[in-house]
Design a protein around this ligand. Structure first.
Ligand SMILES: C[S@@+](CC[C@H](N)C(=O)[O-])C[C@H]1O[C@@H](n2cnc3c(N)ncnc32)[C@H](O)[C@@H]1O
Length: 212
């Protein structure tokens, strides 16, 4: 007989044991992820989760989902949310492109965020790009009318390439200019990669596209 107690691990005693839900091990449906919440935002490639932490803290009426391919980073992001007592964000580990294509229904998102995706310029690596044409079509499909797609990068060529792809292959309107905000403290940046770029004095290119 199995005598182990049927209790959840005590994450407050062992915060390092908090992990992101791993979709590779156990897929979830969209309703299982978001329940009946209706003000929804998705971030693909969340890294260590600074965007989710900051955005969820200032918008408690919204629910945020982050998906990250790397288990190490997904777990760090989940631990960050737990450490800051954030309950309106959920961190998943999985492939953001597949998730978008296979799991996210039509017209459910108010905002979709992709910050500093790896450009993967070399031909043999292009299939790793998060923002390929299928994903751009899916982004248009999953946004509600009036919803927006937020894309930032510090690679100018890649910024121009993605803006061109969105303009040529979707009906999303934009890009809309996003002014740079002055940081009020050392972690007051949209993401860790934005923080790093700005601390190194590098320009950051920001685009918002809207579904009319
Ligand atoms: C350059 S980092 C940027 C991280 C974060 N957005 C930031 O700005 O600090 C790109 C992130 O995207 C993740 N990534 C790459 N391909 C992905 C995919 N198909 N699905 C989800 N995440 C992915 C990588 O593991 C990495 O953490």
């Amino acid at each position: 007989m199995n005598s182990s107690p049927a209790v959840e691990p005590n994450h407050d005693a062992f915060p390092e044991r908090v992990v992101a839900w791993d979709l590779f091990r156990q897929p979830l449906s969209w309703p299982e992820i978001v329940g009946s919440k209706d003000k929804l935002e998705l971030e693909i490639g969340s890294g260590k989760g600074l965007f989710l932490q900051n955005a969820a803290s200032v918008s408690p009426d919204r629910f945020f989902v982050g998906i990250e391919l790397s288990a190490k980073f997904a777990n760090r992001a989940a631990q960050r949310l737990h450490r800051h007592g954030i309950t309106n964000a959920r961190m998943l580990r999985g492939d953001g492109k597949d998730f978008l294509h296979e799991v996210v229904p039509d017209e459910v998102l108010d905002r979709l965020h992709v910050y500093f995706p790896d450009p993967w310029w070399r031909n043999k690596h292009k299939k790793r790009r998060v923002l390929n044409r299928v994903a751009l079509h899916d982004i248009q499909r999953v946004l509600k009318p009036g919803g927006s797609f937020h894309f930032w990068t510090d690679v100018l060529d890649y910024y121009e390439h993605i803006c061109g792809e969105v303009m040529d292959h979707t009906q999303l309107a934009g890009p809309r200019y996003v002014p740079e905000r002055v940081a009020s403290h050392s972690m007051d940046f949209t993401t860790h990669f934005e923080r790093r770029a700005r601390n190194e004095g590098q320009p950051v290119y920001r685009a918002i596209f809207e579904k009319i």
